[in-house]
Design a protein around this ligand. Structure first.
Ligand code: DGY
Length: 320
């Protein structure tokens, strides 16, 4: 049985495959494979371990009907037509839970970096302007005691809420389709409408999956409903916010700052104006990018591959 891996994964993954007696091919080159090339490779293999391969649509699964399993090296599967895979009997797996803390920490890092205007101060040193600031210049804002509004309070949002309560005694509001009783019990989190969350939060942090319901959920209309002193943080998917309108809202002082780990499109163009703004921080989708987390994600993905090739149920399936 042969596995195709479209990017370099942590060493633990190759060891697990070897121990399971599986052969594998890894695409180690840059540029990364386009969809057509990935299909060609998949044709000569029984399983596909996909780290962010674009275009896993119905046509992909038609051309790769022979695959016994597709293991995603991510928790998100918005780029994959899971229903099409299911119709063709192809199990698809992801890497849930293991990246909750790392992603919540990325949201925190963005919150702090924006709240304390860290990049602005860093740039000042580079410009040789350290020591000439006025006591009123470049001031940040405190997070302690403020209100955090979490849009999509699931496992990652819960990690963020926990740290924000423990560190800064923040009040937690959330907006979900359903009630999250554990979050209400553990964090005293209050479920509110989106409009109420936007109006009351000092920090709005987005953790929702990208679906047809959440695509473009944050645009000028929503930014205008936020406090002018508020921060917008997005570590979920770039498609959830409208980037031009976010830029405009930051330029016009409609909101105070924004930190995003996800952009639309990815990668962000190096000339994007957000990269030059003092009240914006952009990371290149590093939510899960710690050594420990990437190892853990690799373990989940390879466990999915091994189970799929043995004809067993995947430990981390996304098919309904
Ligand atoms: C995920 O796992 O979905 C992350 O966004 C990718 O790092």
């Amino acid at each position: 049985m042969k596995v195709f891996i479209n990017k370099i994964i942590p060493a633990i993954g190759y060891r697990m495959l070897e121990e399971a007696g599986l052969e594998y091919t890894v695409w180690k080159e840059k540029p990364i494979l386009d969809r057509g090339q990935a299909i060609q490779f998949c044709k000569g293999h029984d399983a596909f371990l996909s780290a962010g391969q674009a275009g896993l649509d119905a046509d992909f699964f038609d051309q790769c009907r022979h695959l016994k399993v597709v293991a995603l090296h991510s928790v998100g599967f918005d780029g994959v037509d899971v229903a099409a895979a299911t119709r063709r009997g192809i199990p698809v797996g992801n890497t849930p839970n293991v990246l909750n803390k790392a992603t919540a920490e990325t949201a925190l890092l963005l919150m702090l970096t924006v709240a304390r205007r860290a990049l602005f101060h860093h740039k000042k040193i580079k410009k040789g302007q350290w020591g000439i600031s006025q006591p009123t210049e470049g001031l940040g804002i405190d997070l302690a005691g403020k209100t955090l509004g979490i849009v999509g309070l699931g496992r990652i949002g819960a990690e963020l809420a926990r740290i924000c309560i423990q560190s800064w005694d923040m009040n937690i509001l959330y907006h979900n389709r359903g009630v999250n009783p554990e979050a209400e019990r553990e964090f005293g989190a209050k479920r509110v409408s989106l409009d109420e969350l936007l109006a009351q939060s000092d920090v709005v942090s987005v953790h929702t999956a990208l679906t047809e319901d959440t695509r473009g959920m944050f645009g000028m209309e929503q930014f205008k409903k936020m406090k002018s002193s508020a921060l917008f943080i997005n570590t979920s998917r770039g498609g959830v916010h409208n980037e031009d309108e976010l830029t405009q809202a930051l330029r016009d002082g409609i909101i105070w700052g924004a930190g995003i780990d996800v952009t639309n499109p990815e990668p962000m163009h190096p000339d994007n104006p957000l990269l030059d703004m003092d009240n914006a921080v952009v990371f290149p989708h590093i939510g899960s990018a710690t050594k420990e987390t990437r190892d853990a994600m690799t373990r989940c993905a390879v466990e999915n591959i091994i189970a799929g090739l043995q004809g067993k149920e995947l430990p981390y399936p996304v098919n309904p």
